[in-house]
Design a binder for this molecule. Sequence first.
Ligand code: NAP
Length: 242
Amino acid sequence: MRRVLILGGTAEARALAAELVDKGVHVVSSLAGRVSNPRLPVGELREGGFGGPDGLAAWLVAERIDAMVDATHPFAARMTASAAEASARTGVPLLVLRRPGWREGPGDIWQRVASLHEAAARLRAPARVFLTTGRRSLPVFTGLAGVWLLARSVDPPEPPVPDNVHVLLDRGPYTVEGERALIREHRLDVLVTKDSGGPMTTAKLVAARALGLPVIMVDRPPPPAGVRLVETAGEAAAWAQG
Ligand code: NAP
């Protein structure tokens, strides 16, 4: 039986696992183990880091993996780099599945920036910020004078949470109506987000456009040179079946 490792943590990774299991492939999905109550894929599951490229390379050999799909989040750059290195060392073929990024359209007021730090530097006080860049990014934004933050994340950020931060624990998918109501209720005047792409979290962008809210969009890190990339679970499933 063909054995495929999926580096997961995304909706696309779960869709890919379901499609491959359905086709009779033995799938092992790997999660980082950071979210307290993750949505789980079908098939076999393992959790936690591998211990860098060395650890992953050893694991691929020990588990007799035939092919590996990196379907991690577009901002999980360390895992992707590690997968590329382990693939080069072991010869286990690697495919990177990345959903397309978001595109600015008519009515959008976006600034694209290269990093979270650049996003923080673009904020002009006084500001009431809708921050959806993840709980671990919060420290980048908390020290800014005159900046109030509505920080939405799946799990709570590390305490202590400063007074100028209101934490909202939630996970998508979200509705445009819900996002509009949130922006109005908290009198938010700028959205800071990562270019995650995908349909689960686009409602905030539609609401921002409708309300004339500017968006600071953090660009994705580039994939490692030379890796093979696809954008959909279907394409990845066709490749992974060999
Ligand atoms: P990262 O910075 O690229 O990864 C840091 C380390 O965590 C990796 O070096 C690896 O440890 C371990 N790791 C990451 N993903 C793993 C996986 N699928 N299976 C096993 N180990 C994994 O990644 P991150 O940004 O912390 O994201 C962690 C996970 O959350 C990813 O799997 C990603 O799909 C998911 N996620 C991330 C975001 C985001 O915005 N970054 C959003 C939604 C979901 P070792 O070096 O020890 O192998």
